[in-house]
Design a binder for this molecule. Structure first.
Ligand code: HEC
Length: 150
């Protein structure tokens, strides 16, 4: 009995898992468009952070854009579902799906760097913010080198 229920649950889970990407498409949610916009917004946030750091400005207001970047870092893998490797001029490399663990690690590295930056900004520690901004920029570059075409 128990094993039948378990099997049934696994079957249901598998079905749901397979149905989700298609459902998302049917709802008009295009993961490629969403991730490209998200990356553009991340680019704007990061440019703002760099500008303030370079100008030796007040780092406290950088906590919010840094937190947003951390949330985006956490979300990145979600907007690269299986089957979204072609179309819409995507620059996603196949390695995103063949080396999923590496891709997720690169996203986590961005999240961690942005969280650290947010904490340093909140504390008003401009030296730490400058160092963390560099680390954050490297996290973008590392992922792009491995998982994005030019
Ligand atoms: C975990 C991997 C990863 C991280 C981290 C990452 N990116 Fe990306 N980024 C990508 C991939 C893959 C694409 C290509 C997406 C596509 O075209 O479908 C991309 C695309 C972009 C684009 C082009 C978007 C467009 O309009 O086509 C910009 C700009 C960008 N990223 C900026 C950033 C910045 C700034 C950061 C760091 C704050 C960052 N990215 C962090 C993987 C990453």
């Amino acid at each position: 009995m128990t094993s039948k229920i378990t099997l049934c649950a696994i079957g249901l889970l598998a079905m749901t898992g397979m149905a989700l990407p298609n459902m998302a498409r049917a709802d008009g949610l295009d993961p490629i468009a969403i991730r490209q916009v998200g990356m553009d917004l991340a680019n704007g946030n990061f440019a703002f952070i760099k500008t303030v750091v370079k100008a030796n400005g007040d780092v406290k207001p950088l906590a919010e854009p840094a937190k947003a970047l951390a949330r985006w870092g956490k979300t990145i893998p979600v907007v690269f579902p299986a089957g979204s490797d072609t179309g819409e001029n995507t620059k996603a490399k196949p390695a995103i799906w063949s080396d999923r663990a590496g891709f997720e690690k690169a996203a986590t590295a961005m999240q961690d760097a942005a969280l650290k930056l947010a904490d340093a900004a909140k504390a008003g520690d401009s030296a730490a913010v400058a160092a963390d901004t560099k680390t954050l920029g490297e996290s973008c570059g590392t992922c792009h080198r491995h998982y994005k075409t030019k």
